[in-house]
Design a protein around this ligand. Structure first.
Ligand code: WT7
Length: 632
């Protein structure tokens, strides 16, 4: 078997050589990488694709099971190595170390539990759980038997959970009696029960006891701890085709309902592992910590799959950076001698507001590599991170990618290629980014600015939107035929380093969360007293962006506090993360003569702009701009 080590870039020239090979002969290149993994049957052809359909098939007819690569193969060399290092919400609760051997056993046991619930290959399982080891066990147990996991972030509301369960027609729901989040206890089971009222496809619900509350389960619900006593720990892995679905993960879009992005087994396995090793330069004794939640793609690829495929020790943290106080992250780094720390710019900005003594009272000398993900990082935050956390000796990888891309697309490689504040820098090996002008023509790759696009497939590109291939085509492949269009703008410096300038569509990244404005407007419009609404993003010091809603009411004389009503409605329909900072009641929205809302003007108003709205005389209702300004 080939060794992946031989394909990891360890110097800048190494990166350049590998990059060149990966572009000149992608099939040969990815063949080599794929051959470093366990396959039950080798593939016939590396890649079949068509950007117009669109269709992507990697490692055609190859057969595998990703859990064999995450678990079984490490049992031969390193069964006692810690796979998961769990740090609970409460610092007084003991942390846990789960070895590869133990994780393998727990996954097999739970896979058998799923089988006993009639779950088989291709069935969808919804996972709505706190950040505890059982969440990773659940994900891998699905993959073990070929069930498709759909993890829903446990901060989503019951309405959002129900919508996701129904979209994928999940057969089983895995949840918990509750979850700990900083000082709060969240009643997860009640939210789940509320959702289940509307979910006919669910045949059974398995409940993990996490908070130990006195609850009685409903029909078709059972306790996790009872179920695992009923089965054996032998569970051979299901043979999966490379292109069989591995998971669905929902992301919000610029219109309507959430998009269930579909990732398949073979390509995702290769790419998540390969990028993990290259970008983070993980070495066998390192302790790697990504602070994301497994409810997001970052958690899927860089807490669970990438690290476990690489035999790494991956930290799972249940809590929040502010509990018991704002030094929690730094305490954990010292406590577990973390070597790799990967977090979001919004967390860095929030923590940087507090005294550096909270940082300096901890020994952070174990750190070797820092990373950021989820949104552009501003220079001030980058410098603070570099100086105070990295002590000016740790490379910072600024990783640009998406739920849809499955893995990191642009990033420096830690300590191997140069980093540059606010720049995601260079493409990953195998990735061919370009900048397009408004006419869809490629512009210069140096000192350029435009729309970012990718012109060749990579193994972990999402294969479709679950149940809606036309929507997949329309969103990502229609605006610029022949390219994948991610929805971000970018610029390049004179060395061809990329800097992401932000979304070019109606998606706003708030605290690193991808929020479409359309679903939030849909939620507001559910209110019987709302006629129309428009939600826009504006720059915010800590969150990167915040939201402001402009709302027209049917009757503005009513007594209730509409601002709060609307915020609560959004919380209930989507989740607290989507709540706008400001709700402004207006009598009209600026519109073009064809009736389109001029969001550009609303964005300027929300950003505090008082003039310079350009020519507004062509609006249907130019006078409304002044009125909105006066009341804002
Ligand atoms: C969008 C994708 C990638 C996992 C987390 C978010 C923005 C992501 C960066 C970065 C600037 C970034 C983009 C992207 N984004 N990483 N390093 N620099 N912007 O995944 O929820 O699918 O959101 O997040 O706008 O399109 P997601």
């Amino acid at each position: 078997m080939k060794k992946i080590e031989n394909f990891i870039a360890r110097s800048e020239s190494n990166y350049e050589q590998l990059y060149k090979k990966s572009i000149e002969n992608p099939s040969e290149f990815w063949n080599n990488i794929a051959e470093t993994f366990y396959w039950k049957k080798k593939w016939d052809k590396t890649l079949d694709y068509d950007f117009n359909k669109p269709e992507f098939k990697w490692f055609v007819n190859g057969k595998l099971n990703i859990t064999e690569n995450c678990l079984d193969r490490h049992l031969i060399e390193n069964p006692k190595k810690t796979a998961i290092l769990f740090e609970p919400n409460d610092p007084n609760e003991k942390s846990q170390k789960i070895s590869y051997e133990e994780l393998h056993k727990r996954v097999c046991v739970f896979a058998n539990v799923l089988k006993s619930k009639n779950v088989s290959k291709g069935d969808r399982v919804c996972i709505y759980m706190p950040m505890v080891p059982e969440l990773t066990v659940a994900v891998l147990a699905c993959a073990r038997i070929g069930a498709v996991h759909s993890v829903v972030f446990a901060g989503f509301s019951s309405t959002a959970l129900a919508a996701r369960i129904n979209d994928a027609k999940c057969k089983v729901l895995l949840t918990a009696d509750g979850s700990f989040r900083g000082p709060k206890v969240i009643d997860l089971i009640s939210i789940a029960n509320h959702a289940l009222v509307d979910c006919e496809s669910i045949e059974s619900t398995i409940v993990l006891k996490r908070i130990g509350s006195e609850i009685s389960l409903k029909p078709k619900q059972t306790w996790w701890h009872n179920e695992i006593l009923e089965v054996t720990h032998e569970c051979p892995s299901e043979e999966m085709d490379s292109e069989d679905m591995l998971f669905i993960l929902y992301t919000s879009g610029s219109t309507g309902k959430p998009k269930g992005m579909v990732h398949s087994c073979g390509g995702y396995m290769i790419y998540s592992a390969y990028t993990f090793l290259n970008v983070f330069q993980y070495r066998p004794k390192d302790i790697y910590w990504c602070t994301a939640d497994i409810g997001w793609i970052t958690g899927h690829s860089y807490i669970v799959y990438g690290p476990l495929l690489s035999g790494a020790t991956t930290v799972m943290f249940e809590g929040v950076p502010s509990f018991p106080d704002f030094s929690r992250f730094w305490n954990i780094i010292e406590k577990h001698k973390i070597t790799h720390f990967y977090t979001a710019p919004t967390a860095i900005r929030a923590l940087a507001k507090h005294s550096v003594s909270l940082v300096d009272s901890n020994d952070l000398s174990s750190l070797k590599v820092l990373g950021t993900v989820g949104e552009p990082i501003n220079e001030e935050a980058w410098n603070w991170y570099d100086k105070n956390i990295g002590k000016s000796k740790c490379p910072i990888v600024d990783t640009w990618w998406q739920t849809e891309t499955g893995g990191i697309m642009l990033s420096s490689l830690a300590g191997v290629t140069k980093d540059k504040p606010t720049f995601a820098t260079k493409p990953m090996i195998g990735i061919q980014p370009v900048l397009l002008n408004n006419d869809g023509k490629e512009t210069s790759s140096k000192n350029g600015e435009g729309i970012l696009a990718i012109k060749y497939p990579w193994p972990s590109i999402a294969r479709t939107i679950y149940g809606d291939h036309d929507r997949y085509k329309n969103i990502y492949f229609s605006a610029y035929p022949g390219y994948y269009f991610p929805g971000d703008g970018a610029l390049t410096d004179n060395e061809g380093n990329y800097r992401i300038t932000g979304r070019v569509d109606d998606v706003v990244i708030v605290s690193g969360h991808n929020l479409g404005t359309a679903p939030i407007e849909d939620a507001i419009n559910l209110h019987p007293n709302v006629v129309e609404s428009a939600v826009v993003g504006y720059p915010h010091d800590i969150k990167g962006n915040a939201l402001r809603a402009f709302v027209i009411l049917l009757n503005d004389k009513i007594e209730i506090d509409m601002e709060n009503e609307i915020k609560n409605l959004i919380s209930k329909t989507i989740g607290p993360i989507a709540k706008p900072d400001v709700v402004q009641i207006v009598s009209g929205l600026p519109k073009t003569r064809s009736g389109k809302i001029m969001r550009r003007i609303l964005r300027k108003i929300a950003s505090g702009e008082k003039e310079n709205f350009g020519d507004i005389s062509t609006l249907l209702n130019p006078e409304i701009v002044q009125e909105i300004l006066e009341k804002s």
